[in-house]
Design a protein around this ligand. Sequence first.
Ligand SMILES: Cc1cc2nc3c(=O)[nH]c(=O)nc-3n(C[C@H](O)[C@H](O)[C@H](O)COP(=O)(O)OP(=O)(O)OC[C@H]3O[C@@H](n4cnc5c(N)ncnc54)[C@H](O)[C@@H]3O)c2cc1C
Length: 407
Amino acid sequence: MDILEGNPILQGVRQMLGAFAKSAVRPVAAKHDAEESMPWELMKQAQMLGMSQTSLVETPDAMKAMDGGGAGKDGKPRPSLKSQVACVGAEELAWGCAGITLALGGSGLAAAPVARMGTPEQKKLFTDCLKGTDDKGRVKVAAMALSEPSTGSDISSLATTARKDGDHYIITGMKQWITNGQSASVYVVWAQTDPALGRAGVRGFVVPRGTPGLVPGRKEVKLGIRASETAQVHFEECRVPREWLLGGDEGAKEGLAGTKKMLDATRPIVAVQAVGIARAAFEYLLERVQGGTYAGTPLAGHQHIGFALAEMEMEIQASRLLAWRSAWMADQKMENVKWASIAKAHGARTAMDVTTRVLQLLGEEAMQPGHPVEKWYRDAKIYDIFEGTGQIQRRIIAKELTGVNPV
Ligand SMILES: Cc1cc2nc3c(=O)[nH]c(=O)nc-3n(C[C@H](O)[C@H](O)[C@H](O)COP(=O)(O)OP(=O)(O)OC[C@H]3O[C@@H](n4cnc5c(N)ncnc54)[C@H](O)[C@@H]3O)c2cc1C
């Protein structure tokens, strides 16, 4: 199955974002990686090209054709293309730079639960917070604050609490490893509203920047994807109106299950970013092999190189198809939990495997700081950690296969 075949929308997205990645993303990737800085200027350009920070919540006019609904020329209902568009675009951007891709699209992590569970008023609050520019004249971004110093994978044991106080909640706790955590104009924060309810008590809140008690914290120094900001966020007796409780009282029915569902929608996109990194490293090696010689024979004629290239091509193609399949299922509104986890785990493994092989074959030149392969090697590892670690994906797949949660 090739989702691009006969699909001018997806082909157009690939062409446009591929050109943007080549002409605008790649040239500044090393600089933002070395400086550990967000690409604010590029984010402005991307916004002008229609890459909105809020597209998951409100569909921009340019994206309406991808939204599904209505009838096509043949009179049949048009299926949505949103996840597939995000997937095809994310591979191109991550080929340019995975850190910059996350800077451009990191708000989507917060937008996904708002789109899924938010009331119309909360959607408006969220999108209003992202209009215009911030006090430094930068594109406004959002953050999704779930992880904590002692809670990453096991999201049901959050220490952050939201205590009811009349018509308000008081949020207290600390969040860590939060994408856009320092600069966000709006946060979606997850907290335990009632410990007696366990997992069902974990609820989200939409909290605008500037709310007293919401204090952006220290920025983290990271191995990879360094153009994306990751930081702590503190909630110090942060008092919020109950209207900011995601989904309102009705949303309690979904609770944490809603959070997990949104990961099924974002995992294919994360998976295909890993494919973009792998493809970047693979193409770098392929180009080198085609021009060079070793011990008097063309590099391409050496079996150990040819076989390594074949292995890498097999892995990249398989990972991409898995990501596309799980995105296609999301667009068809099919249950994709197993496939999203397969795609995420496979994509991460491919990125680590391919970047390691390429580094190995190039030798010491690729170990130098500032060498593109050295950067792709560092960027790849994070894909096996965030949005559910490799082990967590395997737990999900095993549970889907056997019905039993491995201990
Ligand atoms: C760059 C980056 C950006 C991030 N952005 C965000 C963000 O925007 N918002 C947010 O909320 N979080 C974010 N995170 C946090 C990320 O989601 C967590 O790091 C991730 O969920 C893993 O949690 P942890 O690091 O606490 O590891 P832990 O959950 O403590 O896991 C440690 C190890 O134990 C393993 N493990 C844990 N539980 C099990 C189990 N049941 N079975 C088998 N093995 C297990 C894990 O696989 C891992 O190897 C980000 C992280 C990074 C690195």
